[in-house]
Design a protein around this ligand. Sequence first.
Ligand SMILES: [Fe+2]
Length: 164
Amino acid sequence: MIESKTIKAGQSSWIARNSARASWSASKQKARDCANNGRYPDEYLYAGGISMTGPGHILNPHRDSSHDKDRECYRVLNLLYCVSPDWSLEKGGNLEVWPEGTKAEPTTIVSRFNRLAVMVANQHSWHSVSKNTSTEQRCCVSNYYFSNHPVGDAEYFHPTSFRG
Ligand SMILES: [Fe+2]
């Protein structure tokens, strides 16, 4: 990333050359990982990063977008690392997964401090966050892993979509 500052004559081509080289290098790495059926973390934190669920807040059942920002690779793993100290079931703000669909009952995973929840991400991966009934912020750090292969045999594409 280039910060906003004055660029002298001659520097722009150097920047363009090196940006192109960095981009090509990243694409090459991505292609190699994909060719090996590898899974790799999203270095851009597209829809990832730090999330906060404030008091009274809720995140309705949804499935995350199926692909990366360039729609080149499948999002296959969703990682949520819980960082709110002393979190308990009674506070709400817990992760809910819906393995039988959103018309069945969810499985609740308490957002306990230092817990890493790893979910498969595909067209069936409905999940939500229950209402935060506490007076505290529920915080998580999240990221995704990608692959050039879908989870399962069928290809699919969907944007982030909500129910409820
Ligand atoms: Fe999500």
